[in-house]
Design a protein. Structure first.
Length: 258
């Protein structure tokens, strides 16, 4: 799947890997829509979604497949994800309540080790063995097709971010399980954009601010979509304020070069 890249990737893939079925979009449709294109064009029992900036450790894909084979209750399996420097990414998390989301949103940039964020990111959970979680990161996840047929594909109203949380939330509503599988490992170069040359820093900062805006929009849409018609909607104004503050902090940090 190529979402309208401009670096010559489609031509390179077609030349070097002619047997691969490549879908090349003429515009960037966003992660959710592009992922659905790949899902709908395939027919395998399991679907692996993985970002272009990920590297897979040996046998990790087989281990995710074996894990799904071993437990039909599991609809989605996510590997242990590592940063470029080998440190752990907190790629499995809980579904936050409105209060937890607001606190995490406000404090994440200025006090990242706060108790609410630690709980949300499962920072104190043991990660030596597989365990059930609320959701895993869409940067790398393996999905059981039969579960998707019951639950539906990604919601394409998410251009980018939170579509993985939304999918796992719908899995939970359909009594499907999501598991973290640490014996499968992936390296994710999530911080790669921070190492751009100085001549590209201004463009990189604009992209960071744009990505932060998309994140806040996606978070708001998730709460509005999934909690509509409940008393929790009364707290939406507080979420809007919290997301606005977080976006402002992220923008200021980006402009300051952090």
């Amino acid at each position: 799947m190529d979402n309208s890249s401009t670096d010559g990737t489609p031509g390179h893939i077609r030349k070097k890997y002619p047997r691969i079925q490549l879908i090349a979009n003429d515009k960037n449709r966003g992660f959710a829509a592009a992922a659905n294109q790949g899902i709908d064009s395939s027919g395998s029992e399991y679907i692996l979604l993985i970002n272009a900036d990920c590297q897979v450790y040996e046998h990790s894909i087989d281990r995710l497949m074996d894990y799904l084979d071993s437990d039909p209750r599991v609809a989605v399996a996510g590997p242990r994800i590592l940063n470029s420097d080998g440190s752990l990414q907190y790629s499995c998390r809980t579904f936050p309540s409105f209060l937890e989301a607001a606190v995490h949103t406000l404090l994440a940039h200025i006090y990242p080790n706060n108790p609410v964020t630690r709980k949300y990111k499962l920072m104190d959970a043991g990660r030596d063995k597989p365990f059930r979680v609320d959701w895993v990161s869409g940067s790398c996840m393996m999905i059981r097709r039969a579960a998707l047929e019951d639950t539906g594909n990604f919601d394409e109203k998410y251009f980018m971010y939170v579509e993985d949380i939304d999918l796992c939330y719908r899995m939970r509503q359909n009594d499907r399980e999501v598991h973290y599988v640490p014996h499968a490992e992936v390296l994710h170069h999530i911080a790669g954009s921070s190492r751009k040359k100085k001549s590209r820093e201004k463009k990189s900062r604009r992209a960071h601010i744009r990505a932060s805006w998309r994140m806040q929009k996606s978070v708001f849409y998730f709460f509005r979509k999934n909690y509509r018609g409940t008393s929790r909607m009364l707290l939406i104004p507080f979420i809007i304020i919290a997301l606005g503050i977080r976006f402002s902090i992220a923008g200021l940090k980006s402009l300051a070069g952090y």
